[in-house]
Design a protein around this ligand. Sequence first.
Ligand code: PMP
Length: 455
Amino acid sequence: MLKHTPLANSLSELDRRHLVHPVSSYRGHEARGVRVLTSAKGATVTDAEGRELIDGFAGLWCVNAGYGQESVIEAATRQMRELPYATGYFDLGAEAPIRLAAALADRAPGDLNHVYFTLGGSDAVDSTIRFVRYYWHAQGQPQRDQFISVASGYHGSSSMGAGLTALPIFHEGFGLPHEGQHKIASHDLYRNPLADDPQAVIDASVAELRAKIETIGAERVAAFYVEPIQGSGGVLVPPPGWIKAMREVCTEHGILFVADEVITAFGRTGPLFACEDEGIVPDLMTVAKGLTSGYVPMGAVLMSDAVYDVIADGAGAKAVGHGFTYSAHPVSAAVGLEVLALYEGGLLENGRAMGARLQAGLQGLMDHPLVGDVRGRGMLAAVELVTDKVAKTPVPASLNAATRLFDRAWDQGLVVRAFPQGVFGYAPPLCCTAAEIDAIVDRTRKVLDLTLEDP
Ligand code: PMP
C-alpha cells in the first residue's frame, strides 16, 4: 500500500522531500532546489530545461571517458544479457572481472599484481584498512594499528576512511577521527612560506612524518595514506619529489604505503596512474571513478606481491573474512575493460594534450584581480579566489557562497566544482575538444568578472 503523501509539483520538490543529499546547501539556499540533468554526450550535459552545459568536472571527477560512448554501452548491454551477475566470493567468477584484474595488473606500477574489486572508492579505502590490519596480524604484529594520513586529504566516506580524511565536515558530528588515526600537515604550497624552495617543503614534511612516527612508535604504525594530488582538499599538488620522500620514510620503518588514486588514476593527470609520474610503487593502491568512468559503480584495491603473499599465507587454510556481494561485478568489469580500451585507443593522448591546454588557459586567469592561485596537473586543476591577491586573503568559506559561484558558472553554461573555500575545481572528460577547453576557461573568466562586479 502506498503511503499518502501530498502530490509534489516538481521533481525538485519531490527531491527536497525524499532524497537525502548529505552534502548540500539547501538549508541555507531554500529557493533553488536540485538541478536535474536529463541527458549527456561527450563532455556536454543537458538539464531538465533543455540547456546544454560543458561538464568541466566529469560528473564527480569520474566520467573520464566522456558520456554516451557507444562501445561502453554495448559492452554493458552484452554482459547484462549474457551474465549479469556472478559472485566474486568463494571460488566463483566470470570472465570479465578476471580479464580486467589481469589488465590492471599488467599496467600497474611495479609488482601491484593483485586486484580486489569494490563498488567505489570509499569501500576500496575501507578494504585497504582491513587488509593492512590483517597483514600485520598475519605477521604477528597486531600492535601495528596506527594510521597516518595528510591534512586536507580525502579518503572516502566509510567510517574508517572518513577518519583518515582530514576535512572538518566529515568529522564534525560523527565522533571522528577514530583513535589511532593521525595526520601530518598538508604540502599545500599556496600559503606556505617555504613554497619558493620545494626541497625545504619536502624536508619539513619528512621531518614531521619522522617525528610523528617516533611519537607513536615506529613498531605501532600500520600504514601511511596519501593522494598523489589532493582532490577534495582543493586540488593541492605536492612539490616534485614529495611523494617519493614520504615513500622512503615509510620503507625505512616498514610502514605500508597506500596511494589513494581514486581521482588521479586513469589519465586524470596524464598517465594511467599518477604514481608513474612520481616514480614510486606503493604497497597498496586504491582506484575507482575513471575505472568505469561513471557508467556503473566500481572501485579496486591493487596490492603488491609482498602484501598479497602475507595475506594469502597468513590465512593458511582459513578464508580471509572480507567481501562484498557486488565485488568483481561482471557488468562493471565489462565496462572497465571497454573504458580501458578507449583510454589506450586515444583518450589518454587527447587528455594529455587537452590537459596542457587547460593548465595554460587557466594560468591565463592569473591576471584577474580575484584569482590568487591556479594549480593542477593534466586534466585536474583548480582556481583559487581571494579577496586580496597580495595578502592571499581567502574568501570567507561557506557552502552557500560556493553554491552561488556554482550557480553563476551554471548560468554561463559551465559545470564546475565550487569548494566552500572559494576554489573552483576542474576535471573535464578526457574526450574534450580544444574548443571545449577554451570555453571552460572563457566561461570561468566571465564568472570571475560577474563576481568582481557583484561579490
Ligand atoms: N578517495 C579519494 C581520493 C576520493 O577522491 C574519493 C571520492 N571523491 C574517495 C576515496 C571515495 O570514493 P567514492 O566516492 O567512490 O566512495
